[in-house]
Design a protein around this ligand. Structure first.
Ligand SMILES: NC(=O)c1ccc[n+]([C@@H]2O[C@H](COP(=O)([O-])OP(=O)(O)OC[C@H]3O[C@@H](n4cnc5c(N)ncnc54)[C@H](OP(=O)(O)O)[C@@H]3O)[C@@H](O)[C@H]2O)c1
Length: 341
């Protein structure tokens, strides 16, 4: 029996993403065979093709880390799941908790090992968790990377408390989840964005203050002085990277936290040591989160009754168009590809 799989045969452009016919994999001891239902895209899925990924990336692999599916067969010794169970992928297949396993970032789905943009996939029973009944396979597929990262940013260091202030950057996947989750814990949200249309989407999601970074390029000081009346924010969910970090350091309060997540910006003006030291904040770099962080996020998501912001849904056959849409940057929130929905 065969199945279809999308692979980046090379990493020079999105045209390198091609459909292959491949044998159906067989689950061995401790493994499960999953019929993939839905996949969602993250910036890192196109970063290698743009030459913008910060870790080595191998050509020839199936892309995508985020998926939901249904178990169709289990290997010998599998006790956690049975055929028919709905599951969601863990971003890191081997990070079960504690300090990350050595070499983890070199084995990530799509860049170091085959990912989830495929009709059927075999993984270890430890590389997935149960999808709660009240979360659809489309919604669930948006949660492993962006939502877990946002939850890690808000809760994994000094947890954000009700009444504190969170700064989010832009309207991509991580940031939209960060707005929703920060509001769910009772925080005030300040969000930056590039356009008035996107500002409306942020307002509708509950953001309290919006700053257009095209209108106010030095938004860090503006947020501290004008929006927080001299205090600064408690937590910055930093997805912009080298070109936004200086503004984020200006926006954070003494004793706050800047969570280093992304690298969307291409300019790299550098950081002044005294600026970094002088901001008085904790700087914490995160790599999505471990398996317990995903499980916690699923519990929080379930009790909060939230729905992910899904920008668009593409069929499995339209996968390349979905990647092109991600590359355009015109999306707000998540792009989903249905596989066997
Ligand atoms: N370390 C981790 O654990 C982790 C986990 C997940 C993601 N990431 C990284 O985090 C970043 C965001 O990922 P994502 O999937 O949410 O991306 P995404 O959905 O592609 O986000 C795109 C949005 O970000 C905003 N943006 C683009 N360039 C920007 C810039 N120079 N400065 C500020 N905002 C900019 C734009 O929104 P506006 O037009 O509204 O500004 C754009 O629509 C990526 O670099 C990704 O690789 C890291």
């Amino acid at each position: 029996m065969t199945m279809h799989a999308w692979r980046f045969d090379a990493l020079s452009s999105l045209a390198d993403l091609t459909l292959h016919d491949e044998p159906l994999p067989v689950p061995l001891r401790g493994e499960v065979l999953i019929r993939v239902c839905a996949v969602s895209l993250n910036y890192r899925d196109i970063a290698p093709v743009l030459g913008r990924y910060i870790w080595p990336a191998k050509p020839g692999l199936i892309p995508c880390s985020d998926a939901t599916g249904e178990i169709v067969a289990v290997g010998e010794g599998v006790t956690a799941f049975k055929p028919g169970d709905r599951v969601v992928s863990c971003f890191h297949a081997r990070w079960l908790g504690g300090r990350p396993p050595f070499g983890m970032m070199l084995q990530s789905y799509g860049t170091g090992s085959d990912g989830w943009l495929v009709e059927f996939k075999v993984v270890s029973q430890e590389a997935i968790v149960s999808l709660p009944d009240n979360i659809s396979v489309r919604d669930g597929a948006t949660l492993p990377c962006a939502a877990t990262t946002a939850w890690n940013a808000l809760s994994g260091g000094t947890p954000v408390r009700a009444g504190q202030t969170v700064l989010t950057l832009g309207t991509g996947g991580v940031s939209m989840f960060a707005v929703q989750l920060a509001k769910a814990v009772g925080a005030t949200v300040i969000a930056t964005t590039s356009s008035a249309e996107k500002a409306e989407r942020l307002k509708a999601l509950g953001a309290d203050h919006i700053v257009n970074y095209n209108d106010i390029p030095v938004w860090g000081q503006h947020i501290t002085r004008e929006v927080t009346h001299g205090t600064g924010v408690d937590c910055v969910v930093e997805v912009g990277g080298p070109a936004t970090i200086n503004q984020s350091l200006d926006a954070v309060r003494w004793g706050g936290e800047v969570v280093l997540i992304g690298f969307l910006s291409s300019e790299n003006p550098g950081i002044d040591y005294f600026h970094l030291k002088g901001c008085g904040a904790t700087i914490r770099s995160v790599a999505v989160g471990d398996r317990p962080m995903l499980e916690e996020l699923l519990r929080v998501w379930t009790v909060s009754g939230l729905s992910p912001v899904i920008d668009s849904v593409f069929s499995f056959a339209e996968a390349r168009a979905a990647f092109q849409h991600l590359q355009s940057g015109s999306h707000v929130g998540k792009i989903v590809i249905t596989v066997n929905d």
